[in-house]
Design a protein around this ligand. Structure first.
Ligand code: ADP
Ligand code: MG
Length: 725
C-alpha cells in the first residue's frame, strides 16, 4: 500500500478493524489523527533514582520531587486513627519503599497489582519508622521488559491518556506505545510543514515532522523541549493570527464615529459629583476620550477591581456620545444591577435633560413595548438593560457607544449581537474580574486594555480572617455589637435550601434560626436566587436604607451591588467557593472609609491546612495542590486583597479553560500553551502574527496560504469565522 497520512488507522500494525472502531469513536480515522494524539507525560531515565540514592538525597536536605521504579510486594488497607489509609510496599534493587493514600482508596486499590512494576513520582519523606515513603504520588505502570530497557538504555518513555473506548479493545499503555511507534517510524516523514519557512528560520523552530517524531519518542530531552516549543508557538501563533484579523477588521475596515469632546460640559458634570476622580480614573478617561475622538471604533477593555469606580467612567464615556447626539447603551448581567444603575444614573443626570430608559426581561408587554418604541424613536439617550436588549425586536435609533458591564457574564455571541446593531459603535467592556496579562494578550488580544489600578483614596484594606464553624457564636456576637454602632453585615450561604446530601448550610434555614435567636435584637433580611428580581431589589433597597442590620443571602449579592454602610461579610462553607467568587463577594464590603471585615467560615481541617501554606505554592506537586485547593484559596484570600494576584492564583489552580468566559469565547482550547508560564513566547508569537496580518491581511502570499487553511479549519465554529479571508 502506498504511504499516505490518510491511510485508515486499521492498517497500522496491531490495530485491525476492531481496534480501529474504538479509535473511530474518539474521532480518530486516519494515521494523521493518530500522529496528532500526543503523550500527556514522559518518564525520563536521567531523573530516576533508586532507594539508596533517594535516602542519600534526603540526608543532604533535598526536598524536591523524584521518580523511582519499584515492584509491588504487597498492598494493604490500614486503620489510621478513625480513618483508613491505603499502603503499597514496593521494592527495587536497593531496598524497599511505601506509597500511601488517604483519599480515593477504592480507586487506587484497583490500580496496583502484586508483582507489577510502577514508576512512582513525588516528594520523598522518611516515615516515623525510618522508612522511605511517598504520599499520594503520581504513578505509571510499566511492564518488566520496558522497565529493564528503560533503566538500562536511558530512553524517554511517553505516556498517553487512554480513553475508555480504547481500553475496551485492550489497548493499554504498552500497546498504544507500540501502535504509535509504528505510525511514527513509518509515517512521520510525510507530515507537511504548516508554518512559513521564514518564521521557522527566525526562531530556529523544529520542523513539524521532527516535532511529531520527538513529541512521541524523544531522542533527547533537548529535542523534546524543542518539539514542545514548536507546538506551543504554532498554537498561539495561529490563535493570534485570528485575533489580528479581528482587530484589523475593527480598526482598519470598519468605520467608526469621531466624537467631539465637550470638555466644559464634562467638567461641569464632574464638579457636581460628591467626590473627585482618582488619578487612575482620569488616566483611563483620557484613553477613552482619545479612542472616541478618532475615527476608528473604540474596542476597549476596562479592568478595575470591585469598588474601583468603573461606573462613573462608563457614565462619562456615555455622556460624550450623547453630547454628540447619539444613544448610549449600558448592558449589565442582572436585573437588580440594571435597576441600581438606572436609579443612580437617573439621579446624577436629573438636571441635564438627558433621558434614561431601563429595559428588562419580563414585566408587562405593553410597558416594554412603550420603552422599545421610545428607544427606536430616539426619545431616550441612555439605555440601560439586561439580556432583554439583545432580543431581535429591540431596535435602536443611533447607537454611538455600547458599554458592557461584568463582561465575563456574556458570551462573544451575545456581545457581538448588540454591537452589530449599531454601525460599529464604540465599545467598552468592563470587568471586575482581573484578567492576567497573558489572557488579555491572547483571548482578548483584539481589545485595548485600560486598568483602574487604585481605589478611591479613603478606602482601608479589608481584613480577612479564616474561622471554624465553632467560632460562629462569637462571630454572631461581634455582628450584634457592630450593629449597635450602626454597621451592617452580610451573611452568605452556598445554597438556598437544606440538602440532605451535603453538609451545607442554607440561607433560609439560618434566616429562621438566627432572627429568632442570636439576632433577636436586630432587624434581619433575606435575599436568595429564587426570588424575582423585583423582590430582590426590594430587599436590597431596604438593606441600603438600613431597614436591616443583617442580610442573610446566597451568592446573588455577588455582582456589583453597592451598599457602602455594610462593612462585615461572613461567608459560610467558604471552602466551597471559587477564588474569584470569594473575591467578588468580599468586594461587597469596604466601600466606604470604615474598616471592613471578611470572615471565611470553614471546616477545621481546612483551617489547619491553610495555616501551613505559603502564598506561593509552586513547591507543591500537582496531586498535593489538588488535595489542598480549598485551603490554598482561603489562604490566598487572607493574604491579599489584590484581585490581580488572586486571579493569577486562580488561573494556576483551575487552568485557563473555565475562567473569564474563555469557554464561551469560541476559541479552540489551548492544548500546549500554558497561559501562566509562557508569557515571553506568547508575546513573540503575537507580534509575529500581528506583523504578518498587517503586511498581508488577505493571507494570499504563497507562504501564508497554509496559515489561511489552518485558520479555516480551527475556527470554523467561531462566530467571527467570516473574518478569515
Ligand atoms: P465598581 O468598579 O465595582 O463598579 P462602582 O463604580 O460601583 O465600583 O463604585 C463603587 C463606589 O465608589 C460607588 O459608591 C461610587 O460612587 C464610589 N466612587 C467612585 N469613584 C470614586 C472616587 N473617585 N472617590 C470616591 N468614591 C468613588
Ligand atoms: Mg460595577
Amino acid at each position: 500500500m502506498s504511504k499516505d497520512l490518510n491511510t485508515p488507522i486499521q492498517y497500522i500494525k496491531s490495530v485491525g478493524p476492531k481496534r480501529a472502531e474504538s479509535f473511530a469513536k474518539l474521532g480518530f480515522e486516519t494515521v494523521r489523527d493518530l500522529l496528532f494524539y500526543f503523550p500527556s507525560r514522559y518518564l525520563d531515565r536521567s531523573t530516576i533514582l533508586n532507594t539508596k540514592q533517594v535516602l542519600k538525597y534526603l540526608r543532604t536536605g533535598y526536598d524536591g520531587e523524584i521518580t523511582i521504579i519499584g515492584k509491588v510486594l504487597e498492598k494493604n488497607t490500614l486503620r489510621y486513627g478513625r480513618k483508613q489509609l491505603f499502603k503499597v510496599v514496593f521494592e527495587d534493587s536497593e531496598g524497599s519503599f511505601d506509597s500511601i493514600w488517604f483519599q480515593g482508596i477504592k480507586f487506587f486499590k484497583n490500580h496496583f497489582n502484586e508483582g507489577e512494576y510502577y514508576a512512582i513520582s513525588a516528594k520523598p519523606v522518611m516515615s516515623k519508622y525510618g522508612h522511605l515513603q511517598f504520599t499520594h504520588p503520581d504513578f505509571d505502570r510499566l511492564d518488566l521488559e520496558e522497565s529493564t530497557a528503560f533503566q538500562n538504555t536511558g530512553k524517554i518513555i511517553p505516556f498517553y491518556t487512554i480513553p475508555k473506548e480504547l481500553k475496551s479493545t485492550n489497548i493499554g499503555d504498552n500497546s498504544l506505545r507500540r501502535i504509535l511507534q509504528y505510525a511514527v517510524t513509518n509515517y512521520s516523514e510525510l507530515v507537511d510543514e504548516t508554518l512559513p519557512q521564514s518564521l521557522i528560520g527566525t526562531h530556529s523552530l523544529l520542523s513539524l515532522k521532527d516535532t511529531i517524531s520527538n513529541i512521541h519518542f524523544p531522542e533527547s530531552l533537548e529535542l523534546l523541549q524543542k518539539a514542545r516549543e514548536r507546538l506551543k508557538y504554532e498554537e498561539i501563533f495561529m490563535l493570534e493570527c485570528f485575533v489580528a484579523l479581528k482587530r484589523n477588521n475593527i480598526k482598519n475596515i470598519r468605520k467608526g464615529y469621531s466624537f467631539k469632546i465637550d470638555s466644559e460640559k464634562i467638567k461641569k458634570f464632574l464638579s457636581n459629583l460628591p467626590f473627585e476622580l482618582t488619578g487612575s480614573q482620569l488616566n483611563v478617561l483620557s484613553e477613552i476620550k482619545k479612542d472616541m475622538n478618532d475615527g476608528t471604533p473604540m474596542n476597549r477593555l476596562l479592568q478595575g477591581d470591585v469598588g474601583s469606580g468603573k461606573t462613573i467612567v462608563a457614565l462619562i464615556s456615555m455622556l460624550i456620545a450623547i453630547h454628540n447626539g447619539y444613544q448610549a447603551v449600558l448592558l449589565v448581567p442582572t436585573e437588580i444591577l440594571a435597576d441600581q444603575h438606572y436609579k443612580n444614573i437617573s439621579t446624577l443626570l436629573a438636571k441635564t435633560g438627558i433621558k434614561v430608559a431601563l429595559l428588562l426581561g419580563g414585566g408587562k408587554k405593553k410597558d416594554k413595548q412603550q420603552i422599545m418604541d421610545g428607544i427606536q424613536d430616539n426619545q431616550f439617550n441612555l439605555i440601560i438593560g439586561t439580556h432583554a436588549l439583545l432580543e431581535d425586536n429591540v431596535e435602536f435609533n443611533n447607537v454611538g457607544i455600547v458599554i458592557i458591564d461584568e463582561q465575563h457574564r456574556f458570551g462573544v455571541a451575545q456581545r457581538s449581537k448588540l454591537i452589530d446593531k449599531g454601525i460599529s459603535p464604540d465599545v467598552l467592556v468592563m470587568t471586575a474580574t482581573p484578567i492576567p496579562r497573558t489572557l488579555t494578550m491572547t483571548v482578548y488580544g483584539d481589545l485595548d486594555v485600560s486598568v483602574i489600578s487604585e481605589k478611591p483614596k479613603n478606602r482601608k484594606a479589608i481584613k480577612t480572617v479564616i474561622r471554624s464553624d465553632e467560632k460562629l457564636p462569637e462571630i454572631y456576637k461581634y455582628i450584634v455589637d457592630k450593629a449597635r454602632e450602626r454597621i451592617q453585615s452580610y451573611i452568605v450561604y452556598p445554597l438556598v435550601e437544606e440538602s440532605d446530601k451535603m453538609d451545607l448550610k442554607s440561607a433560609q434555614e439560618y434566616f429562621i434560626l438566627l432572627k429568632d435567636n442570636e439576632f433577636s435584637s436586630l432587624k434581619v433580611g433575606m435575599i436568595h436566587g429564587r426570588m424575582t428580581w423585583q423582590e430582590k431589589e426590594e430587599v436590597m433597597l431596604q438593606f441600603a436604607n438600613h431597614n436591616f442590620d443583617v442580610l442573610i443571602s446566597t451568592t446573588v449579592i455577588e455582582v456589583g451591588i453597592d451598599v457602602p454602610n455594610a462593612n462585615i461579610i461572613v461567608i459560610n462553607d467558604a471552602y466551597r467557593f471559587g477564588l474569584s467568587q470569594l473575591h467578588q463577594l468580599r468586594g461587597r464590603v469596604g466601600r466606604s472609609d470604615k474598616q471592613a471585615y471578611c470572615v471565611l467560615v470553614t471546616k477545621n481541617e481546612c483551617i489547619r491546612k491553610a495555616a501551613q501554606l505559603k502564598m506561593d505554592f509552586s513547591y507543591m506537586s500537582s496531586s498535593e495542590i489538588e488535595l489542598n485547593k480549598s485551603a490554598i484559596r482561603l489562604n490566598a484570600m487572607s493574604e491579599t486583597n489584590d484581585g490581580f494576584k488572586l486571579s493569577e492564583i486562580d488561573l494556576k489552580l483551575r487552568g485557563p479553560g473555565d475562567i473569564f468566559g474563555t469557554k464561551q469565547s469560541g476559541f479552540p482550547m489551548l492544548q500546549h500553551v500554558n497561559l501562566f508560564e509562557d508569557y515571553e513566547l506568547i508575546k513573540t508569537a503575537k507580534s509575529d502574527a500581528f506583523n504578518l496580518v498587517n503586511d498581508d491581511p488577505s493571507l494570499s502570499a504563497n507562504d501564508n496560504l497554509k496559515i489561511k487553511a489552518a485558520l479555516k479549519k480551527s475556527f470554523r465554529n467561531h462566530i467571527y469565522y467570516s473574518l478569515v479571508p
